[in-house]
Design a binder for this molecule. Structure first.
Ligand code: 5BU
Length: 283
């Protein structure tokens, strides 16, 4: 039995109890897109240009904010404005992986202040369950402008994806590691939206599965034209990713390196949406 969802984004938006997941599914439904652009460019101008031009066609924009050469506070405020204007979420692919005390500072403080501008972050669970608890505490803290203690409405929406599998050749994120990812997600489901993985995962730990469980699956390594790169990246097509359970497909170079990134994002959107309709039986 497969645990990939056969429900529409609209139904999942209605049924879900996590406000950010609800909003994510609503965006997908409204904009008819399940594309996440991995905007791995190295200048603020390129990042903001991509966000503005591709914004109408994406559900999520994924950053690696530490690869920008010229990051300033104004880059981040402009990015937030564009996210509001084009109605997409920001996902910082920070891959936290440390003891709880350190990741809390990395998430909430430092020069990057990730918790202030990123709706979604991700972590590896190599350090154990404590990393998830520590990040959840930050998002719920009284002094956190976006936490349950302050702010209101959209400002409160923050979520975590557990990096349960990786697309690179020889990845060690397999077996027990992946099973534990699912278990921790269940324990912190108010904050954990789902997984970065290559397939739907609930079925790999069936004994703890709850009725109505609905984790979001983001799949990286999606490319329409290439099978991989020289550094171990392994690609699959939008159709194959969505067929395996991806709710959101993440594509980087396939889009931003294309001659015309706007045409490219439209092609990924169409392929991802067709595959989604096929999965939910809507065509
Ligand atoms: P690409 O240009 O589509 O290959 O970019 C893929 C992006 O997804 C890039 O930002 C990676 O850091 C990220 N990624 C990945 O490729 N594979 C994984 O397993 C995870 C993240 Br997790």
């Amino acid at each position: 039995m497969s645990s990939k969802s056969h429900l529409s984004y609209a139904t999942r938006a209605t049924n879900h109890t996590n406000p950010l997941t609800k909003r994510l599914f609503s965006i997908a439904e409204e904009k008819k897109t399940n594309v996440t652009i991995s905007a791995d460019v190295t200048t603020s101008a390129e990042l903001l240009d991509l966000a503005d031009r591709l914004g109408p066609y994406i559900a999520v924009l994924k950053t690696h904010i530490d690869i920008l050469d010229d990051l300033t506070a104004s880059t981040l405020s402009s990015l937030q404005d564009l996210a509001e204007r084009h109605n997409f979420l920001i996902f910082e692919d920070r891959k936290f992986i440390d003891i709880g005390n350190t990741v809390q500072k990395q998430y909430h403080g430092g020069a990057l202040r990730i918790s202030q501008w990123a709706h979604i972050v991700n972590c590896a669970v190599l350090p154990g369950e404590g990393i998830v608890e520590a990040l959840a505490q930050v998002a719920a803290a009284e002094d956190f402008p976006h936490g349950s203690g302050g702010g209101s409405g959209r400002e409160r929406e923050r979520g975590l994806l557990i990096l349960a599998e990786m697309t690179s050749k020889g990845s060690l994120a397999t077996g027990t590691y992946t099973e534990r990812s699912v278990e921790y997600a269940r324990r912190y489901k108010g904050f954990v939206m789902g997984f970065v993985s290559t397939r739907a995962l609930s079925e790999i730990a069936p004994e703890g599965r709850e009725e109505g469980e609905d984790f979001v699956v983001f799949t990286t390594g999606v490319n329409l034209a290439s099978k991989g790169d020289k550094l171990g990246q392994q690609y699959q097509t939008p159709q194959s990713a969505v067929g395996r359970g991806a709710d959101f497909i993440i594509a980087g170079r396939g889009i931003y390196k294309a001659d015309d990134p706007v045409e490219a994002v439209k092609a990924y959107r169409e392929a991802g949406w067709e595959a989604y309709l096929e999965r939910v039986g809507g065509k």
